[in-house]
Design a protein around this ligand. Structure first.
Ligand code: DI6
Ligand code: FE
Length: 399
């Protein structure tokens, strides 16, 4: 079934914005077969059933390449605690933070987790996303990590969206392993990695490399195991301090290193050399009222592709809007609107190891977002708006 979209302002993202005024897109099944100016539309496509988009902006569907949308409970109380002066590290050390979400996640059934995760996925989708990465990391037992990953997979079966799942058992050391992070890696993180892989539940492996979480050496043990299973790796690196996690991740050819507020020049150079993507997460920076900015200018100068994601999670980034994330990246970090849109399309695809999406070009998946906008800078410029007009997923116009 072929469909023709006409009278569109295309931001193909193939070369910078790749703007085409008066553009058309031909979709066949789940794929794009042609995109360009209406004036050069091949005659063979002229008679297809068409939709006139009235000059509206069309971009690739957005890609949220870093989320933690499966979790139990919420952390509004912790939000209030921080407003009364406690730091993120103090909250974590007092048994709050990630661990309170772990408790609620363990107590929840798969179906309960699914209901709340679907609500968050629906918000991200309603903001124009066609692909969402979802991490485990709030179960921290073999069974509970598997439970989270199964819920994540079900989101992709129940909604018109591609879900990629990431194993993040090395997210926090649970209370029963306090002071025994190495034992946790041996007894939970590694066994859950093997079990989840055997069940086909993992697309990538991630870890939180930080003083309050796992050391570089501990993460390396996991990455070696991932490598042996043929799974790509990514890393929460340099969010709160410079442990040189990104340098290590680059040695493993990581798809991405994420957060990076404390990344130094050696980390920038390592990412540039390995071709890893720098995933910038302004929602967490904003929520934690961080002051240390990720080294955007250095990453730009080194040619490291930068992606943007919500990092949607109950503690440090309770945000489900990719366009607000783009606005924050521009306003807080001085990224340009072009970099912001590349960050949620072509570079986000790369951060997930996907080559079949992120641009509008023949052979790419027909995942598109039609916006109530005329120029792509509007997507970053507006604050808190959801200017989506229509979403197209796998060639299906499902509004
Ligand atoms: N870094 C973060 O910002 C989140 N996880 C991570 O590794 C925080 C997750 C949480 O606080 O629940
Ligand atoms: Fe995260």
């Amino acid at each position: 079934m072929s469909i023709l979209l006409t009278n569109a302002t295309l931001a193909t993202m193939t070369d910078c914005y790749g703007l085409i005024e008066g553009g058309a897109v031909v979709m066949d099944g789940e794929s794009i077969v042609w995109a360009g100016a209406m004036a050069s539309l091949p005659a063979a496509y002229g008679d297809l059933p068409g939709t006139d988009l009235g000059g509206r902006l069309v971009t690739p569907a957005l890609i949220d390449c870093h989320t933690h949308i499966v979790f139990g409970g919420d952390r509004a109380a912790e939000f209030e605690m921080r407003l009364n002066g406690a730091s993120y590290e103090e909250v974590a050390r007092a048994g709050g933070g990630i661990l309170s979400t772990v408790k609620a996640t363990r107590a929840a059934s798969e179906d309960e987790l699914l209901v709340s995760a679907l609500a968050r996925a629906d918000q991200i989708i309603a903001g124009g996303a066609g692909t969402i990465e979802v991490k485990s990391g709030y179960g921290l037992t073999v069974a509970d990590e598997l439970k989270m990953l199964r819920v994540a997979r079900r989101i992709g079966q129940l909604r018109p969206v591609t879900v990629l799942t990431t194993h993040l058992a090395a997210h926090a050391v649970p209370p029963e392993y306090k002071g025994r992070a190495d034992d946790y890696v041996s007894e939970v993180a590694l066994p859950s990695l093997h079990a989840a892989h055997a069940e086909g539940l993992i697309d990538a492996v991630d870890a939180f490399c930080e003083r309050i979480a796992f050391s570089v050496a501990q993460v390396e043990r996991l990455f070696v195991a991932a490598q042996n299973l043929g799974l790509p790796v990514k890393l929460h690196a340099e969010q709160l301090s410079d442990l040189k996690g990104a340098v290590m991740a680059a040695r493993f050819g990581a798809l991405s290193a994420d957060h990076l507020e404390y990344l130094a020049q050696d980390g920038v150079d390592a990412l540039a050399a390995s071709g890893s993507v720098a995933v910038i997460l302004p929602g967490a920076f904003y929520t934690l009222r961080e002051t240390q900015m990720p080294p955007i200018a250095a990453l730009r100068a080194a040619g490291v592709p930068m992606a943007l994601a919500t990092d949607c999670n109950p503690g440090s980034s309770p945000i489900t809007s990719l366009t607000l994330t783009m606005n924050m990246a521009c306003t807080l970090f001085r990224m340009t609107p072009l970099e912001a849109l590349q960050g949620t399309t072509i570079h986000a695809a790369r951060a997930l190891g996907l080559t079949d999406r992120g641009t509008i070009a023949p052979g790419q998946r027909a995942d598109l977002a039609v916006w109530e906008a005329r120029h792509p800078a509007e997507l970053s410029y507006r604050i808190g708006a959801t200017p989506l007009y229509q979403r197209i997923f796998g060639g299906r116009l499902d509004a």
